[in-house]
Design a protein around this ligand. Structure first.
Ligand SMILES: O=C(O)COP(=O)(O)O
Ligand SMILES: [Mg+2]
Length: 222
């Protein structure tokens, strides 16, 4: 029997330039068990990915701040608390780094993402003062509640789907996948993963980005 799959987007389903590698789309669509897209991106992005790929909308977004499954939304994070940190950050002379329209945070409900070109030490100090944490995904710094994670949200999503989190195979690439790897029964980091993800994964595959994802799911279904 095929295991349910929880998969990260950036660095895992993408090419090095962050575009989705088209080869992963049919693999996801033909997966013979539930697929949960688990990402740091704001909710509309993975929902759109599910629609474009042609799988059911089953999503953990915003690093576990919000999940969607079976027409139900679950919230685990606090955007207002992260906004307070952003105000302090701006008072220190730093914007979030995404331009005026800020499409990165515009539809984000439970946390905030900050450009990695902004000073991490300042952001971390302000987040910790507010009782929040910062996770570096390799694509952005995210200011979020400490307890929320893709792994914590997987418990809720798995229960809705009548699975245990341990029945899932997880594939990812960065620090925001660590708790997901801990919750899932089998976990794979792609070769481009950061040290935290590599240390947490059961297996680090030799191939990078989407090649790594394809290698991981082949190993998982062997
Ligand atoms: O949004 C990010 O910073 C990273 O997204 P990911 O979790 O899909 O890699
Ligand atoms: Mg990633």
């Amino acid at each position: 029997m095929t295991a349910p799959l929880a998969v990260d987007i950036d660095g895992t389903l993408s090419r090095a330039d962050r575009s989705i590698d088209s080869r992963v789309m049919d693999v996801l669509r033909e997966w013979d068990a539930p697929v949960v897209i688990a990402t740091g991106k704001a909710l509309p992005y993975p929902i759109a990915l599910c629609q474009f790929v042609g799988v059911e909308e089953r999503v953990i977004a915003e690093n576990g701040g919000v999940a969607y499954v079976d027409d139900e939304l679950f919230y685990f994070g606090d955007r207002a608390a992260a906004d307070e940190v952003a105000r302090e950050f701006e008072a220190r002379g730093h914007d979030l780094g995404w331009g005026d329209s800020d499409l990165v945070n515009r539809w984000r409900e439970t946390e905030l993402a900050v450009s990695r070109e902004r000073p991490l030490d300042v952001l971390t100090e302000l987040a910790e003062d507010a009782g929040l944490g910062v996770v570096d995904t390799g694509f952005a710094y995210h200011v979020k509640s400490d307890g929320m994670s893709k792994g914590a949200a997987l418990s809720t999503v798995a229960a809705e789907l009548d699975f245990e989190p341990e029945e899932f195979v997880a594939v990812g690439d960065s620090a925001n996948d660590v708790e997901l790897f801990e919750a899932a029964g089998q976990s794979f980091a792609v070769a481009n993963a950061d040290d935290a993800a590599k240390a947490a994964a059961d297996t680090v595959v030799e191939a990078s980005h989407a090649d790594g994802f394809l290698a991981a799911v082949e190993r998982a279904t062997d």
